[in-house]
Design a protein around this ligand. Sequence first.
Ligand code: HPA
Ligand code: ZN
Length: 347
Amino acid sequence: MKPLDAHDADAYDALPKVELHCHVEGAIRPQTVMELARKNDRRLPTSDPTELYRYTSLDSFLEVFWLVQSLLADPDDWARAAHESIIDAAPHGLRHREMFFTPARHLAAGQTLAGIVEGLSRGIERAEADTGVSCMLICDIDRSFGPGPAGELVDAAIELRRRGAGERLIGIGMDSTERGVDPRDFAEAFARARSAGFHVTAHAGEDTGPDNVATALDALGIERIDHGLAVMDDPDLTARLAELRVPLDVCPSSNVVIANRFARLEDHPFRGMRQAGLLATLNTDDPAMTDLDLGREYRSVAAAQGMGWEEMTAVALDGVEASWLDESDKRRVRAQFRAEIAAITPP
Ligand code: HPA
Ligand code: ZN
């Protein structure tokens, strides 16, 4: 099959897709960023937020991410962010998303997890009705706040579940800066989340080496790895993850633009990860803060890595396997994806 070029827009948007690594705060439209700042009486350093969207490292990105996320001041703001993020992704083939939010800053400022989850759930429900896209939530621990707030966050999530609120909240994750943070400090919080029945995942190996992934896996008992690209530096770890089919939700464009890990998409190990047997999927991470959408991510990676249509449809189907849908939903979604893929004219 001929290599694809970056202009084969329709097939890549039509390809049905699951997304397992997208931060709702990183998916806020620039226009909405401006409007939230005005509504909540917050001054931004520029009248065009996209001027801030250039990063030299993960930590420089996080400064901007924290500024943007701090504009979400009440449940209605969270509802708007969630709703728009799904409305924007649907035309690019999104069918199911398990979406991160990172509320440490908001909880410290007096918001409640119950209010945030209520707002997000309301926005998601409206978007589901508008688009048919399904979406569940993963509450991320912000590592930079340390293990104390992490434990409190998990307790609040458990309490929400006990009260029968927050049925969309299916997982606990962890993001933010990797450097100088030992994943083992969060072992207790993750153990409590696991025993309360939450799925668990964590960002690892985005900005540091393979030891960070191995430690997160062993100390936190995570089921999935967010990014995880550093595993390719450790053949034994790669073989272990491939054998166990541990999903890696990889974000190649983000790794170029945010973590500055590679100069070009061509240099990213995505195809090599799959050829090594890893269950590596494609995701946008922070689409509005990197001028990205999921159709473009598939299209660009296919072109840059020389991946054919068959390989890319396999990536989309692996998204279903890597998700936290239950087995009967996975069977249903997989059959639906296969039928839709059969009707797409390959690029
Ligand atoms: N890594 C760490 N923290 C983040 C990211 C990421 O990719 N996106 C938003 N917060
Ligand atoms: Zn991320």
